[in-house]
Ligand binder design. Structure first.
Ligand code: BGC
Length: 405
């Protein structure tokens, strides 16, 4: 095998030792990186390798045998959120000297499966995967497990399979709770305030957790008549229930899902406002599940002459939404520091390859097992703390925005 121009003749055990040595070096380097890490490149790639429609490759050399050490599969390039994660992985793994490759599934479970097979054919040791569809991804990770690869579910849980070793995630319940609480704290005075509900894709386990978190705080306000649901008969029928079953949430999400898609969000918001009566206009509240959908929905609400004011949530701290917040078009976002999530995943991979058990702090049931998890906290970002949360923390440059204080 030719690696970086040299003939590689290492045998199995030697090869493994060399790999693990590389990982120790990487561990040291990545810990250093914790202090001095990177600015996210929202909307761009930092990869030094090749980029194609579905693939970005960064290959580095840590005295490795040329096979890949860490393979990462992310859902899509079309949302800035996942480009933030890509930038962090490439930075952390590249600086630490890991051979790695990031592949994008572009909204297709079939492409996702092919991506996993590609990484397996390159000899990957650890697979870090954020599924496009949490249930459909089971087959892909089962193929990885069959080859002895350690599987870390990243951000979104993979459901219905034993083949997930660990889960690295943000506290998604807290995300939904923060969105709901923001609406409560910023609601106009009075009762019967119209509340528009929107959710993520039903194929994403997180969409349920976000909704569950939001419902946990919004439901008492709906039940006591402070808020009235504008666009979901299923939610209206369930307003007396403090906690919902998965099936009940699925019924609501079935009505208000954006599929994590800007265009779906836009057309759903337009359709909702077209049929809304005068009692559902005026000063309104909007639960939007993430930044991409929040911007579409905010644009629709802002252009309706019968909407006097709206409060709209988001999450991810995408650059375009940060600008919307500075400009007063979007009300809040939730900062999920992808530096921490990528760093946690890499450190977990190193620990596993050292033959040790990584530290976890929670577990998530994926329908067949409790998957040990490492959770990261979230931060609510509004106009008031945007500089402190996103600029002072080094996540973005002030120069990327206009009108910052
Ligand atoms: C992630 C969000 C993201 C959404 C759409 C969710 O699983 O947690 O950060 O906005 O998917 O991609």
């Amino acid at each position: 095998m030719v690696v970086n121009g040299k003939l590689n003749v290492m045998g199995g055990i030697h090869k493994m030792k060399k790999k693990i040595f590389g990982l120790f070096m990487a561990a040291a380097a990545s810990l250093f990186c914790l202090a001095g890490c990177t600015t996210a490149t929202d909307g761009g790639s930092t990869g030094s390798g090749t980029t194609s429609n579905t693939t970005t490759t960064t290959t580095t050399n840590a005295g490795d045998d040329g096979s890949l050490q860490v393979g990462i599969v992310l859902p899509t390039k079309d949302e800035p959120r996942w480009l933030q994660d890509q930038a962090q992985f490439e930075k952390i793994l590249g600086d630490a000297g890991f051979t790695n490759q990031v592949l994008f599934s572009q909204g297709s479970s079939a492409t996702e499966k092919t991506n996993v097979e590609t990484l397996l054919s390159k000899g990957v040791d650890v697979l870090i995967i954020c599924p496009q569809d949490g249930a459909a991804a089971a087959a892909a990770v089962e193929a990885a497990k069959a080859e002895g690869v350690t599987v870390i579910a990243y951000d979104r849980l993979i459901t219905g399979t034993e083949a997930v070793d660990y889960y690295v995630t943000f506290d998604s319940f807290a995300v939904g709770e923060a969105q709901g609480q923001y609406l409560i704290d910023n609601a106009p005075a009075g009762t019967d305030i119209p509340l528009y509900l929107y959710a993520g894709a039903a194929t994403d386990n997180n969409a349920f957790i976000f909704f569950e978190g939001a419902w946990s705080v919004l439901q008492p306000k709906i039940a006591d008549g402070t808020f009235k649901i504008a666009n979901s008969s299923e939610a209206e029928a369930l307003k007396g229930k403090a906690s919902l079953t998965r099936e009940e949430m699925a019924a609501i999400i079935g009505q208000v899902s954006t599929d994590w898609d800007f265009n779906t969000a836009k057309s759903k918001a337009e359709a909702n406002l077209t049929i809304a009566g005068a009692d559902m206009k005026g000063d309104v509240l909007v639960l939007a599940p993430n930044d991409g959908t929040a911007r579409s929905i905010a644009d629709v609400f802002a252009s309706d002459k019968d909407i006097t004011s709206y409060v709209v949530t988001g999450q991810d701290s995408e650059k375009a939404s940060v600008q919307y917040i500075i400009d007063g078009i979007q009300s809040m976002t939730v900062f999920k520091d992808t530096r921490t999530l990528a760093q946690d995943s890499v450190e977990m991979a190193i620990t596993i390859l050292k033959g040790e058990t990584p530290a976890t702090d929670s577990s998530y049931n994926n329908e067949v097992k409790d998957v040990p998890a490492k959770q990261t906290n979230i931060v609510v970002v509004t106009k008031d703390n945007v500089t402190q949360a996103l600029i002072d923390s080094g996540y973005y440059d002030a120069a990327d925005f206009t009108g910052l204080n």
